[in-house]
Design a protein around this ligand. Sequence first.
Ligand code: HEM
Length: 394
Amino acid sequence: MLFRNWERVDDRWPPVVRVADHTGAPHLLVTRHALVRQVLADPATFRPDNALDAVTPVPVAALRVLASYGFRLPPTLANNGTASHPAIRAVVAEALHPTRVAAQRDWLAGLVRERVAGLAANLAAGGRVDLYAGLAADLPLLVLARLVQLPPAATDTVKRFARAALELFWAPVDADRQHELAHTVGRFHTVLRDFAVTGGGLAKSLRDAGQPADSVVGALFFLLVAGQETTSQFLTLLLHRLAGEPAVLAGLADGSVGVDDVVEEGLRLVPPIVTWRRRAALNTTVAGVPVPAGSSVVLWLAAAGRDPAVVARTDQFVPGQPGSRRHLAFGAGAHRCVGAQLARMETAVVVEQAVPLLTGAEVVRAPWSPDNLSFRMPDALVIRRPPPDTAPAG
Ligand code: HEM
């Protein structure tokens, strides 16, 4: 169940559940909002060190492949419980400052407008359109590249690398696949290493702040995965959910529903990161359950968003309902997502403009998500306009 946990959100789970993964390794799954928050807020007891650990141990052959590319992932951002974290985070936060994010809004809105016009024309001509490909896959990467300057690699190369990293570190995978993924991840790591030494933008800011090359590579590595893939996934999941919420679409169209409320309710109900990990630094307890030092603690962010202690209508999409914004989709505490404002802005721009596409549309193919501990990774979301004789009345 650990690998398709978005399908199992249910408030009948005990607050803390002992589970074993596909390798037999034990984890403690924390299912309640207050407890997830409590763990996130206490990095001294629950360290973030295991955030990027491979959930399927990487065999020696694949480790050799990674080593052949000089791959290293020292504690940098999400997996950094050391004293270097605040300084690295501060440089990244500056690059993603809300003022800089807001300055990208008009540019993004223009691009989305063009894309939506093309998709609308296809739909009007009776075609099928894939909203993942058209509105979700590359837009977050394009914005991130403008904000922080990224290595000059083609969009599909970066997407392939990022998805390979999500699979290598968070999926149940076999040895052959690990070998293949190690090549994809390792190859791109060499691109990042060159860019860390010579690149401008965020790479230069980190160097200027005295960060060693390994930290710069680590920060770029994490940003390229977390800073765009997550938002692509969220856009796909949210557009899919909205396709089945005609009242919300009507409210967005007539202005009675605010787009920011829709984004927050989306983060609560369809977060792209369903769980996040911590490791117990000492013998402790969660809700009275003993947690030995070294335990992997899996925080069920998706379940926290549907905790009846926080929202009344747990499974319904009700923008603005009390508690809607108290989701933990971005984590909490010292490692809380530093790109939250960016993700929110991008999603608001896309949702606002996608309303006419989604209104009255039929989902021909819902996105499918592969097994993964933390990331949804949905694929295509294909819609069409139903032919006139099958269109719903009104
Ligand atoms: C909907 C989209 C996103 C979601 C759901 C999301 C979620 C998360 C979560 C759950 C964490 C871990 C928080 C914790 O440990 O408490 C995190 C960390 C982080 N995220 Fe995001 N994220 C998103 C988008 C972004 C974007 C757009 C960026 C940057 C461009 C970004 C950059 C980061 C960074 C740098 C960290 C590590 C922060 C640290 O350890 O200090 N994320 N994110």
